[in-house]
Design a protein around this ligand. Sequence first.
Ligand code: FAD
Length: 385
Amino acid sequence: MRTQVAIIGAGPAGLLLAHLLHRGGVDAVVIETRSQEYVAARIRAGILESSSVDLLESVGLGERLRAEGHEHRGIYLQLPGERHHLDFVDLAGRSVWVYGQTEVQKDLVAAGTAQVFYEASQVELHSLQDRPYVTFTDSSGAAQRLDADVIAGCDGSFGPSRAAATPGERYERVYPYSWLGILADVAPSTDELIYAWHPGGFALHSMRSETVSRLYLQVPNGTDPADWPDDRIWAELATRLGHGQDGWKLTPGPVTDKSVLPMRSYVQTPMRRGRLFLAGDAAHIVPPTGAKGLNLAVADVALLSRALVALLIDGDARLADSYSDDALRRVWRCTHFSWWMTTMLHASGDPFDAQLQLSQLRWVTSSEAGATGLAENYAGLPIGF
Ligand SMILES: Cc1cc2nc3c(=O)[nH]c(=O)nc-3n(C[C@H](O)[C@H](O)[C@H](O)COP(=O)(O)OP(=O)(O)OC[C@H]3O[C@@H](n4cnc5c(N)ncnc54)[C@H](O)[C@@H]3O)c2cc1C
């Protein structure tokens, strides 16, 4: 087989890239190891920045998002005995939208613009400097070879593209804690997300819809979810999120999903090797505290699709040559913001750290300058920043 762009991975980065290329008149074929159902059901991110929403809307993917998603003006920051609201629209002129990654994935599949080989195995990348091609075994067991002008590595942190893009520089920070996340069939107890600092550890009250809540607790690395029966989770969430404070109540409900998510920052540079371009989690990972992972994937492929259309339709290599530097400016901004939110809100066990965190949180919740910095980064900087 032959195509212009061979895309590895049918997560949000891969499918959105295929959609954007299709609109730009460039052919692409996507190769994915998992089944379509598995990819569509994976519970992950849930917050879209305004620039992601604008981009999805501008390419015909905004209808259900606007109808079924929920626009949030800001977030709450919770400290023991105190709750503060930060209004991003007032502070930075932008809002965020609650719309699950599962829904973005469904919209991309429904658009029908990507030709995808699901359930592929033995996916290998070859000849990256010139005439690249991908070999794989398709779902029927047949060996396939896909020749392309360019390969886009959108296969997340465990796929083969990241390794194929080395040698390069790798930057990594592993945090000494994880998140225990639950999905619960209960209406959210809050209208906007609550980020809670607590001496016992961070907690977050998020949501997916009017009837589904998503909540997280900071737990030690290596935590076994089996050690956290539902009652224990709800009791700890109630303590950390301030149940009873000023009459606020956390309403528990049936837990439908429970998992532990390690916290890591990772950036690989450059995001290109020869004819291989990396996008999304294949090139970088952020801890989810800043809600940036999915948004970074969207921003990367917005830049990459423009670069590949210019390269493959007009023969103009300038955007492709600057893609890595252009994308990395935003990647590092979001990496810093995600690190900053993480280290400001998670208990480290060190009393000195705790006092610094409280000082920082008091500044963010009492100074317009402090609050605006958080708002501008959380609601998202423009694509191409
Ligand atoms: C377990 C997990 C939980 C997360 N939870 C949150 C959260 O709660 N909040 C938040 O804000 N963010 C969260 N994130 C981050 C966010 O979901 C990611 O940043 C986002 O999915 C990035 O999209 P992507 O398309 O780059 O990568 P992915 O979504 O990882 O997609 C990569 C795709 O490549 C496929 N693939 C892998 N190997 C191969 C191969 N050899 N050949 C072909 N295809 C391959 C994978 O199956 C996958 O479909 C989470 C991420 C993970 C991994």
